[in-house]
Design a protein around this ligand. Structure first.
Ligand code: NAD
Length: 389
């Protein structure tokens, strides 16, 4: 796919000079989906890549029997550190400037460095009930859909809102399904997770619950490790709103956050930033499977080197697709707004996709990424045929 995105906006904050971006890669029935991230150094190129990834995620989970009609792909990003004291006001000025796109086309939500309750509060102040108004306009019974979504977001599972768990639960399911195919049993397997926010925290929780020993976790402030397996629930309880663990409250060895790649483990799960595994890093990796919890963590030369060593990389648009899909299953009414129904649908869908993509890759001698991409492209063509843009 070499085509250009349908729309790209570069915004410059009149007060600080910070840049913000919105990219709409594709539209289905006039609407698209993709979160908004806050990251120092975020670029238009990055947001373009992420928007393309969203188009793939939307297409990948397409199941003609679902009520959920996939959307196009979009993404937003602001070049600012989420901890910057100016971040909130810059975010508000950005959303004010791009509000017509948010209202009409771009269904958005939390991503790296931004919590859903923060973006909800700001769009509320700007007069929008939610960050997904274009999607509500596309369903048969918007009031019922709004209620389902509100109910789903009110669910808390062992101290963590369901909305902050579904994405990481999907990543854990992807990891476990691929591990099974590789002959690795969950019980007794080990994992390292970079990032301990929405995705990383939930991956760690559900890997641990499946019997995997999570031996190291990296957050913004460093590496926490324990060869016997970290107490993930204790770490989750000591985490702040941006996924940073209060060291005073946990027992673990402390290390440099960049040492996460050197720890020996079966599963390596980057679940923080993009571009964190370069070609030069690939040799350091001792894992048997890399599972992309984050978007675009592995650079192509690194993936090529890992593939040559027989280490599969589960691509981002497969592994972390479930936050997006879950929102739409709830909105379109494919699932009840409960934890049990959410986890059931995620697990079923992820296992189906991993089987499909894994079988295709094995048959063609290709990577999981190539097989998943081919499936997404086939689905995108079927969606365009059925629903148009
Ligand atoms: N939240 C979702 O549902 C979702 C869905 C799909 C993809 N993603 C992708 O997953 C990634 C993580 O998103 P999130 O929502 O969990 O973010 P988050 O803001 O909740 O968490 C980010 C985590 O990364 C840590 N971190 C920051 N700098 C770090 C560094 N230098 N080294 C190690 N850790 C560092 C933070 O401490 C935090 O634990 C992003 O790439 C995002 O695009 C998120």
């Amino acid at each position: 796919m070499t085509r250009e995105p349908l729309l790209q906006i570069t915004w410059t904050d009149p007060v600080t000079g910070r840049r913000g971006y919105v990219v709409i890669d594709s539209l289905v029935r006039g609407i698209a989906s993709g979160g908004l991230r806050l990251r120092e150094g975020c670029t238009l190129e990055e947001v373009r890549g992420l928007a393309r990834g969203m188009a793939r995620k939307e297409a990948l989970v397409y199941n003609p029997v679902d009520r959920y009609v996939p959307l196009g792909g979009a993404k937003g990003g602001i070049d600012i550190n989420p901890h910057d004291p100016q971040a909130h006001v810059v975010l508000k000025r950005f959303l004010t400037a791009v509000l017509p796109v948010v209202r009409e086309q771009w269904n958005t939500g939390e991503d790296f460095g931004l919590r859903q309750e923060v973006i909800d509060a700001i769009v509320g102040e700007l007069g929008l009930p939610t960050t997904i108004e274009p999607a509500f306009a596309a369903v048969d019974d918007p009031d019922a859909a709004r209620k389902r979504l509100a109910d789903a977001f009110a669910v808390v599972v062992d101290g963590i809102p369901l909305g902050d768990l579904v994405g990481g639960y999907g990543v854990a399911e992807a990891a476990l399904a691929v591990a099974e195919r590789e002959g690795i049993e969950a019980k007794g397997a080990t994992a390292v997770v970079q990032g301990f926010g929405s995705i990383g925290g939930a991956v760690a929780r559900y890997l641990e619950r499946a019997g995997v020993r999570v031996v190291a976790v990296a957050d913004r402030d460093g590496l926490l490790s324990d060869p016997g397996g970290l107490d993930i629930e204790a770490l989750l309880a000591a985490r702040d709103g941006l996924g940073v663990v209060d060291r005073a409250k946990v027992n673990a060895e402390h290390g440099d956050r960049d040492a996460w790649l050197d720890i020996e483990a079966d599963l390596l799960v980057p679940a923080a930033m993009s571009y964190v595994i370069s070609g030069a890093d690939a040799d350091r990796i001792k894992a048997r499977i890399v599972v992309e919890g984050a978007n675009m963590p592995t650079l192509p030369e690194a993936e090529a080197a890992l593939t040559a060593r027989g280490i599969p990389v589960v691509p981002d648009f497969l592994a972390n697709v479930m936050t997006n899909a879950w929102w739409w299953w709830v909105v379109f009414g494919d699932i009840e707004p409960t934890a049990a129904d959410s986890f059931r649908k995620i697990s079923e869908t992820m296992r189906r996709l991993v089987t499909f993509v894994g079988d295709d890759a094995a048959r063609d001698g290709s990577t999981l990424r190539a097989a998943a991409l081919a499936l997404a492209e086939r689905n995108a063509a079927a969606i365009a045929n059925r629903f148009g843009s």
